[in-house]
Design a protein around this ligand. Structure first.
Ligand code: NAP
Length: 455
């Protein structure tokens, strides 16, 4: 895959980039290693000052960064600007909380003094996706750098300008040379970088094959990984739910980021008693969404990020229809105009056991299922290889308790939208990956948890 900026709203190739040569990769790895030897000794107040400065730069230039995101991957400009602000919030969160999260933790034992000390590991490789080009990187970088690690970013090949800008932000913020570097490389270079002795651990956010490939190399080389992979999150609505709120949130939950979010609600599991009412409003709201130029403030849905994603999504939709599913609205690409636009689509009556019951649909397509009650809802929700997020809507305390306990997912949100928040851990189970980002758990992923025992 070429490293290039291709405007998804027009299909126009705007800029191509020469990938880093092997010699350049070598130089960056060496610089990362040398930078780590100095950087790991710096105090929290010093690192926090730079991290706060990174937040200020993000806030200062939110429009500029937002525009580049929209240009490279098609999210609406308003959501891109909000993403820049959220990235700043992660910088501030870890600047303030890292000293607390990484303070020596005493433990009472037979020693005169025993405790846990958290220490950085070294250069960490982050392989990141295009869908949240800033947020995904900052939620890795803010805790990693505050812990004293140094970062190496291999960003998705379709967001090179975002990748280069992020390295510049850390530089301008004051972080020393080599503490955060962008490697302009294709995915074929990742294995060698993971295997390199100077790289101590790796994280990948993306698809299952990419995660499995990185983890295989890391495993061979005995290195820790964190994987944030795909999802097909259930969105369950029970008869006691506030239907109006459930419908409104359902539209946002499915359409966030033009439908391309790992934690987007993808399978809508509706209790039979409220299904007709829910679907009537859900369909009307889908039909009212404005698709088009992502830079305009009244656009709800922009293009999908690449032509390949559009093709893949459409082939899933057509296969689902062929298997017997009913189209409630949408069902095709907007092929009469340039760009990767897809109609907001709702598919219902999906035959049990067909691929759509299990696959991730990465675009503005909602899959609808009807169930007789909570047992069937939980069974269907869990009947997938994924386990990222889940949302359940009910006013019944006993149902709420069951969803919290029985949904197989890294997160359960009751009467709300599944979202990431620096204050809460984020990650999945099953084939959605392992490890956690954000909160205290996120910063503990890439540290040596050193046991200290003093007689
Ligand atoms: P992808 O193809 O796996 O790409 C993600 C990153 O991995 C890119 O930097 C890509 O580089 C790289 N990559 C691809 N194949 C690789 C390989 N064999 N070895 C090493 N690196 C490789 O993912 P995508 O399809 O663009 O992104 C969408 C997926 O990401 C969805 O499944 C979505 O659910 C998931 N996602 C998960 C989370 C989460 O937090 N759980 C968040 C966002 C997205 P190139 O661009 O150079 O190919």
């Amino acid at each position: 895959m070429a490293i290039a900026t291709i405007n998804p709203a027009t299909g126009e190739t705007l800029k191509t980039f020469q990938p880093d040569s092997d010699a350049q990769i070598e130089a960056k790895l060496e610089l990362a290693q040398q930078a780590f030897y100095q950087y790991r000794r710096l105090s929290f107040p010093q690192k926090a000052e730079w991290m706060q400065k990174a937040a200020e730069i993000l806030e200062r230039d939110r429009e500029k960064f937002g525009k580049i995101m929209t240009l490279e991957m098609g999210k609406t400009l308003k959501s891109a600007i909000a993403e820049v602000e959220k990235s700043a919030s992660a910088c501030r969160y870890y600047a303030e909380n890292a000293p607390l999260f990484l303070a020596d933790a005493p433990a009472k034992t037979d020693a005169s003094q025993s405790f846990v000390r958290y220490q950085p590991l070294g250069p960490i490789l982050a392989v990141m996706p295009w869908n949240f080009p800033f947020w995904q990187v900052f939620r890795f970088a803010a805790p990693a750098l505050m812990a004293g690690n140094v970062g190496l970013l291999k960003h998705a090949s379709n967001v090179p300008q975002c990748a280069l800008l992020i390295a510049e932000i850390f530089k301008e913020a004051g972080f020393p040379d080599g503490v955060f570097q962008t490697l302009l490389v294709g995915s074929d270079k990742v294995s060698n970088i993971v295997a390199d002795d100077r790289v101590k651990a790796a994280t990948l956010t993306g698809s299952e094959p990419a995660g499995a490939s990185l983890a295989a190399t890391a495993g061979k080389n005995l290195k820790k990984t964190v994987l944030e992979l795909g999802g097909s999150d259930p969105y369950i609505v029970m008869p006691s739910a506030d239907i109006e709120a459930a419908v409104n949130t359902a539209v946002t939950a499915r359409m966030i980021n033009n439908g391309q979010s790992c934690i987007a609600a993808k399978r809508f599991i509706l209790a039979e008693a409220i299904a007709d009412e829910f679907l009537k409003h859900f369909t009307l709201k889908f039909e009212a969404l404005k698709i088009g130029d992502p830079t305009l403030s009244d656009t709800d849905i922009g293009p999908l990020a690449t032509a390949d994603i559009l093709k893949e999504l459409d082939s899933q939709v057509q296969a689902c229809i062929k298997s017997g599913a009913k189209v409630l609205t949408g069902g095709r690409a907007l092929s009469e105009q340039p760009g990767n636009f897809y109609q907001p689509t709702i598919l219902a009556e999906i035959p049990v056991g067909s691929p759509a019951c299990f696959e991730e649909f990465f675009g503005p397509v909602a899959l609808v299922f009807r169930v007789s009650g909570i047992d069937a809802a939980i069974e269907l929700a869990n009947n997938t290889s994924f386990g990222l997020g889940s949302s359940a809507w009910t006013q019944e305390k006993s149902e709420c308790d069951r969803f919290i306990s029985e949904l197989e997912a890294g997160a359960v949100f009751i009467n709300g939208l599944v979202k990431s928040d620096p204050r809460l851990p984020f990650g999945g189970i099953k084939r959605s990956g392992y490890g956690r980002e954000l909160s205290v758990q996120g910063i503990h992923e890439f540290v040596n948890i050193k046991t200290v025992w003093v007689k």
